[in-house]
Design a protein around this ligand. Sequence first.
Ligand SMILES: CC(C)(COP(=O)(O)OP(=O)(O)OC[C@H]1O[C@@H](n2cnc3c(N)ncnc32)[C@H](O)[C@@H]1OP(=O)(O)O)[C@@H](O)C(=O)NCCC(=O)NCCS
Length: 203
Amino acid sequence: MQHLNLDDLGQYSDVVLSRSGAAVTVRFVELADADALQAYFRGLSVRSRYNRLMGAASELPAAQLDKFIHVGEADSFSVVATVSRDGSETIVGEARYAFDEATSRFELGLSVADSMQGQGIGVALMSNLECRAAALGADQLFGDTLRSNEAMLALARKAGFTFAPTPGDWKQVRFVKQIDTVPTANPCAVWRLAAQSLQPILA
Ligand SMILES: CC(C)(COP(=O)(O)OP(=O)(O)OC[C@H]1O[C@@H](n2cnc3c(N)ncnc32)[C@H](O)[C@@H]1OP(=O)(O)O)[C@@H](O)C(=O)NCCC(=O)NCCS
């Protein structure tokens, strides 16, 4: 497993492209992002927030927000997708993932701001998460979503996931993907750093 330097999270930033070719930065959440991240969640439509949090909530509950901004605690990580607007950074998406080293499984959840949906950011974010999972040494990616969440189901299908029942919850479905190849298509700083650290071993 690659060990991240939590004192220098900026080095793990990536730039992915929306369908129109617009640059979207994917970077770890930092403590200073707390207000902007909460504003992002408050700004989601009721439906998007319900789908993301799998329940009714007007914002990210305080305990969860605290977990989101403490990257690396309990092997859980949050990233934000941001664009530059008039010189300032705006959050247009987020994802949270957890890596279980014992099972080599990587669990994920994500969202994209309503005004930015349908532009290929979700699929680019998924691809970047796959890359981050591979860098951590994961064999399998998975997430759970509501059965009624057609957009997430379609996104997962498009990203090559298969489906299985979510244990213990008939309202949800699990999307699953094995990682059997090294992802190369999308830029991913975490993966590049992991590959670099392998160089002496491979040489
Ligand atoms: C699910 C979500 C992340 C998709 O993000 P997105 O940026 O809109 O997705 P993309 O534009 O990358 O779309 C990728 C593919 O997903 C599918 N898709 C996306 N939105 C869809 C929709 N509303 N209906 C049907 N399919 C959809 C399509 O197959 C699409 O590919 P295509 O446009 O070439 O047909 C976004 O809708 C979202 O944030 N929803 C609210 C939060 C949520 O449900 N999170 C999931 C919890 S795990």
